[in-house]
Design a protein around this ligand. Structure first.
Ligand code: DLZ
Length: 158
């Protein structure tokens, strides 16, 4: 037997947790994610946007969204730029570990669309419209995991 997700996710529900820090860039990530979900036949009504102040707040909001039991996957979007962020490594580390912990604690897939770049130019490049948009990539991963887990429900052990 082989289990895999699909590229369309009609009927699946997604939360997108997006930080306001570096908002021009996170707006680009959000647009890319929404575009990818629309292409995957996800209805607007099945998408909930959760706005948080900065990347550091993403994990707790993602955990709360997952715990509602309403979402098949959570898409996490943020932007950390090393050149402007003195404690870049600490926030990046806490954010990535926090998202991982939230996913493993709840069993709800979380897609990582948090940019960690050296410069603002690199961040804009990764948030620009097109196939390289990292919000888009995160949403595609979420679609694949959401549809995989619909076929592979929790509790089927042994
Ligand atoms: C404080 C801070 C700094 C300096 N830089 C960033 C950043 O580049 N990207 C980001 O998403 N958030 C940043 N923050 C805000 C923190 O994530 C957090 O919101 C605050 O420390 C309040 O907890």
């Amino acid at each position: 037997m082989e289990l895999a997700g699909t590229r369309t996710a009609a009927g699946c529900r997604f939360a997108i947790v997006v930080s306001r820090f570096n908002e021009e860039i996170t707006d680009g990530l959000l647009a890319g994610a929404r575009q990818a979900l629309a292409e995957a036949a996800v209805r607007d009504d099945d998408i909930t946007i959760v706005r948080v102040p900065g990347s550091f707040e993403i994990p707790v909001a993602a955990l709360r969204a997952a715990r509602t039991g309403r979402f098949d996957a959570v898409i996490c979007l943020g932007c950390l730029i090393k050149g402007e962020t003195m404690h870049f490594e600490y926030i990046a580390d806490a954010t990535c570990h926090g998202i991982t912990d939230a996913a493993t604690a709840t069993g709800v897939p979380m897609a990582l669309g948090v940019l960690t770049t050296l410069t603002e130019a690199q961040a804009y490049e990764r948030a620009a419209d097109g196939p390289g948009n990292k919000g888009r990539e995160a949403a595609l991963a979420a679609v694949e995991m959401a549809t995989l887990f619909r076929r592979f429900p929790q509790g089927v052990v042994g």
